[in-house]
Design a protein. Structure first.
Length: 256
């Protein structure tokens, strides 16, 4: 596949909107992106802070950490921070969001399309799928729902929007291994209110579970270490070979 350039795609977007990749760790717009995350996501403490994003995009290695920004007349409209994982040949996206004032203009879709094309560019066309984890509205607490309201967001609408972009729910009982709120467990214990979603342009009905576990193993290893990441990834497989892909607004049957 011919390498893609985000810069060459600028003409595909409405006049005035520019999508660019940030490559300079000192770019001041990274801080603005961090503020945008805090403003539009209801649990900003769960996101990667801007200071770490600067460090990650400055790293050199096989793993590619990519920040794309959507801008218009010097104003930051939105952005996405994501990763290409060469061990699995897949991507994992940490965040995609747009300013509330520009919702409905298609900026999120523009960012999503540019994100997929950028993954093809940095992987020399080898990226096979893009994964994200997203809160399940049925497992939100009353406090989370209030945070959503204050942020002007809605978990059900979010899942519907991801479906419209082409994402599907991976029918597995997914947990983020650490980051929960149990003080008696290491790292707070697991986060169990999210589901794993995947984007593939062809939208097949199933996916090899080995691709899912390889992706999460690669993503988790830098912050869990190889042994714990391996254990968590194998737990996802649960003896399966293929896993169903469901509409993105549907939770996995494996958790019901």
């Amino acid at each position: 596949m011919r390498p893609y350039s985000v810069a060459r795609a600028a003409s595909r977007y409405p006049e005035g909107v520019n999508i660019r990749r940030v490559t300079d760790p000192a770019d001041p717009t990274i801080a603005a992106f961090g503020r945008l995350q805090d403003q539009v996501y209801f649990e900003p403490e769960m996101l990667i802070p801007a200071r770490y994003i600067s460090q990650l995009i400055g790293q050199r290695g096989a793993r590619q950490n990519v920040l794309l920004l959507a801008e218009e007349d010097g104003q930051l409209l939105g952005g996405s921070f994501f990763h290409f994982l060469p061990e699995s040949g897949t991507g994992f996206s940490s965040f995609l969001g747009v300013d509330r004032t520009v919702r409905g203009r298609g900026v999120a879709r523009q960012l999503h399309n540019a994100r997929w094309q950028a993954l093809q560019e940095v992987s020399n066309g080898e990226c096979r799928a893009l994964f994200i984890d997203v809160v399940n509205p049925l497992r939100e607490s009353a406090g989370q729902r209030e945070q959503e309201r204050q942020a002007g967001s809605d978990a059900t609408q979010r899942r519907q929007s991801f479906h419209a972009l082409g994402f599907r729910t991976v029918d597995l009982a997914y947990e983020q291994p650490v980051g929960g709120d149990n003080p008696e467990l290491e790292g707070g214990g697991p986060v169990s209110d999210m589901d794993l979603l995947v984007y593939l342009p062809s939208t097949p009905p199933t996916l090899p579970v080995s691709l899912v576990s390889a992706t999460m193993r690669a993503y988790w290893t830098p912050w869990l270490g190889p042994q714990r990441a391996e254990q968590a990834a194998l737990k996802l497989e649960a003896g399966q070979q293929d896993v169903r892909l469901l509409p993105a607004w549907v939770g996995p049957a494996a958790r019901s």
